[in-house]
Write a protein of this length. Structure first.
Length: 460
């Protein structure tokens, strides 16, 4: 029998093109009475997510936007593992240990193959743990000496990432922020020592400032704190926030001394999901030895009938993140990590030199520390701003943040490009071509007025 235009075959075709659920608005406020089924829900959600920017064109984030397919597959295969169930998933727990040891070795922890540390959800959680250990140890020392523990402070540059403001607020510590001054955009040794007193729980030095990718002079800061203690002043420990630099410096600047080689450095955090090359969210916190991590911060959970120490803010969290970190270590090895990070570094320096040659821009950083470059417009450029450049790049899909520096340098607004694995030389050249074209348009036509207050602060 032949079917006509309105027969069963057409109906079947139509129903596979237009599902009832697709014709209705998606639930926004309450659980729908009946579900769409998995296939339709998958389509609907995938469609909606097209409105997100393309992760690969996101030059704003430090976080991994590309992983090798085997690594991504392994993450999907292990999505059911809970990191905290160490007795049920002992091999995942074992991989966490191996990662901590590998990082301990990379960062020269004195304990050799038995490093003290943990995985976290990211550098923010790792920073909370590092900060708590500093506070607890300071309090122990003060109590033992019969001194007050009412007014702890933490010394750091104003350029710290917001996680350190959070740490101070959540744990009742005064954030002692050293302001920027002239062309000094991060903490230096002199200012670090000058801001310390008997209530300072520690100094945070950043290996890879979020604002511009520059490294703070960790070794110089350590020397200045050594001199302060030797001169009868307070003996202040250091934490290094190596959120990005912890996975870059060992491969791009192997001679740089910034880690546990400096006895003053008590703890280090890094983001596995940044230059550790894993999708979000995994981070790492390591202490120079067991003595640097106060016992009463560590909880014991049952592990294979034994007892497993844990120090974390969360309980359940994905085990797949840790599996993926171990995968990256295993699959790339030292050679592979060196090749990947050096390639990002070369691409960043290439972009920086071409941007500088365009004319209207001046470099703040050039990609020679983190593979990150920040650039401003020269003072003589008055017809448009970095915010206009950022807007115009977005029209082509490139997400490049423009933001103003903090107090003391609020006159300075920059654009920042973060180069990560997956940003090839070819993509860099496409980006440069678009930046050149949009800059020429702005040079010729200027920019229209901007809505007041738009595009000012930027904190990641
Ligand atoms: C220096 C620094 N510290 C901490 C963080 C917070 O890291 P996470 O996103 O892993 O929590 C960032 C994020 O960009 C950072 O750049």
């Amino acid at each position: 029998m032949q079917t006509t235009g309105h027969g069963p075959a057409t109906t079947q075709l139509a129903s596979s093109l237009v599902q009832d659920a697709e014709a209705a608005p998606l639930p926004r406020h309450r659980l729908p009475d009946s579900g769409t089924g998995g296939e339709v829900a998958h389509d609907l959600i995938t469609n909606e997510l097209f409105l997100d920017g393309s992760a690969r064109l996101n030059l704003a984030t430090f976080v991994t936007t590309w992983m090798p397919p085997h690594g991504a597959a392994l993450m999907a295969e292990t999505a059911d593992k809970n990191m905290i169930d160490k007795d049920e998933y002992p091999q995942t727990a074992e991989m966490e240990r191996r990662c901590v040891n590998i990082l301990g070795d990379l960062w020269h922890a004195p304990g050799g193959a038995d490093a003290t540390g943990t995985s976290t959800t990211g550098s923010s959680e790792a920073a909370m743990l590092g900060g708590m250990a500093l506070k607890w140890r300071w309090r122990e020392r003060r109590r033992a000496a019969g001194l007050s523990t009412d007014q702890p402070n933490l010394v750091m540059g104003v350029n710290v990432q917001v996680c350190w403001d959070k740490f101070c607020r959540y744990w009742d510590v005064e954030p002692r922020l050293v302001p920027m001054e002239g062309d000094r955009f991060h903490l230096d040794a002199e200012q670090a020592a000058a801001h310390c007193d008997e209530n300072t729980i520690g100094v945070v030095a950043i290996l890879g400032s979020t604002f511009d990718g520059s490294y703070e002079p960790v070794a110089e800061i350590a020397d200045a704190l050594d001199a302060l203690a030797a001169g009868g002043g307070p003996d202040v420990p250091m934490h290094v926030d190596a959120a990005s630099g912890g996975f870059v410096a060992p491969f791009v600047q192997p001679e740089l001394v910034w880690d546990f080689q400096l006895p003053r450095v008590q703890s280090i955090n890094a983001s596995g999901h940044k230059y550790g090359l894993v999708y979000p969210g995994v981070g790492w916190a390591l202490w120079r030895d067991a003595a640097a991590l106060p016992d009463d911060l560590v909880f014991k959970v049952n592990y294979l009938g034994g007892s497993m120490p844990t120090f974390a803010l969360n309980f359940s969290r994905p085990g797949s993140e840790v599996v993926a970190q171990y995968f990256m270590f295993l699959s790339l090895g030292r050679d592979g990590f060196t090749a990947v990070q050096q390639s990002s570094s070369a691409v960043a320096r290439h972009i920086a030199s071409d941007v500088a040659a365009m004319g209207p821009y001046r470099a703040i950083t050039d990609g020679s520390e983190l593979p990150v470059l920040a650039f401003a417009l020269k003072p003589e450029v008055t017809g448009y701003t970095v915010f206009d450049v950022s807007d115009r790049l977005r029209e082509r899909g490139w997400l490049v943040p423009a933001y103003t520096f903090p107090e003391n340098r609020t006159d300075l607004s920059v654009l920042r490009v973060v180069v990560r694995a997956g940003m090839t030389r070819d993509m860099a050249d496409l980006f440069l071509a678009d930046l050149r074209k949009q800059t020429e348009v702005l040079e010729q036509c200027g920019a229209g007025p901007r809505p007041a207050g738009e595009g000012q602060a930027f904190r990641h």
